[in-house]
Design a protein around this ligand. Sequence first.
Ligand SMILES: *[C@@H]1O[C@H](CO)[C@@H](O)[C@H](O)[C@H]1NC(C)=O
Length: 158
Amino acid sequence: MLVLLAGIFVVHIATVVMLFVCTIANVWVVAGDVSAGLWGNCTQGDCSGRLWYGDDDAFKTVQAFMILSIIFSVISLVVFVFQLFTMEKGNRFFLSGATMLVCWLCILVGASIYTNRYANLSVVSGLESHHGYSFILAWICFCFSFIIGILYLVLRKK
Ligand SMILES: *[C@@H]1O[C@H](CO)[C@@H](O)[C@H](O)[C@H]1NC(C)=O
């Protein structure tokens, strides 16, 4: 039981870190030495380039929901630690689970809009592009946050 809780705690921290990395790193799509993410268009490490779709409402929604997902995953972690010390034995980690599922929904919205509208655009016209690690991390976080959220709802404090 304790091992399980410790395991979830570690996976939760890893998910928070991955969410930070995938949101901040401008590596959602890569072509040669150019990459683009949520905030800029990078050429050889210089990410000051503008994204031509940067002013789209849909793209701003992706940015907003990825930031919200970070906020909710951190809140859920804090609530979990709080409940670990204050909650009565036998209760479920309902509040942290619910908050983590809100985080999961935010990733769902952000990553799906991105995948649907922007993932298949090439960074540089003419060059073949592929998904960057941020894009992959975002979908890994999507899976992890769901599993963590459900486990929090199911587990009782011993
Ligand atoms: C990134 O910059 C390059 C070169 O300025 C441009 O061709 C490309 O369209 C830009 N990509 C995006 C996604 O804005």
